[in-house]
Design a protein around this ligand. Sequence first.
Ligand code: HEM
Length: 147
Amino acid sequence: GKDKELIRGSWESLGKNKVPHGVIMFSRLFELDPALLSLFHYSTNCGSTQDCLSSPEFLEHVTKVMLVIDAAVSHLDDLHSLEDFLLNLGRKHQAVGVNTQSFAMVGEALLYMLQCSLGQAYTAPLRQAWLNMYSIVEGAMSRGWAK
Ligand code: HEM
């Protein structure tokens, strides 16, 4: 319905520039919780947060995250087909020391990025549509974490 149209419509342009939008998202995430930076074992190679965010390893993770979002957008009609992948992804994050509250913070950072990037097009229904979709992703990752 309406949610899917709002998500697909907004992702059409953002999804073509995954890295810069992902960088906005992770800059916000590290602002919300600077301690998350140290969970990336390669973070010791960089000085400031901005340095880290321009390093190849970080940009690779940013890209990975954006590709997961891209997959969710492409599978809006059957998000549940991503369940096993997301459970496993949650488990992998548990192994690297990321907790489930941090998954929720990524959601806040995602909304922040959408707000910055979409400007006027960032409306309450659009925000809610993205929140609903991300909650499903977060929920599956968190269930994988707990297993
Ligand atoms: C892998 C950290 C959130 C997607 C990793 C790794 C770390 C990490 C340390 C392993 C090293 C690497 O591949 O770069 C974090 C932190 C997060 C976070 C601190 C903040 C909460 C997310 C989210 C997604 C995601 C929300 C997707 C929606 C991935 C993927 C991998 C990965 C696809 C590769 C897994 C594999 O090797 O199969 N993450 N991550 N991450 N992360 Fe994250």
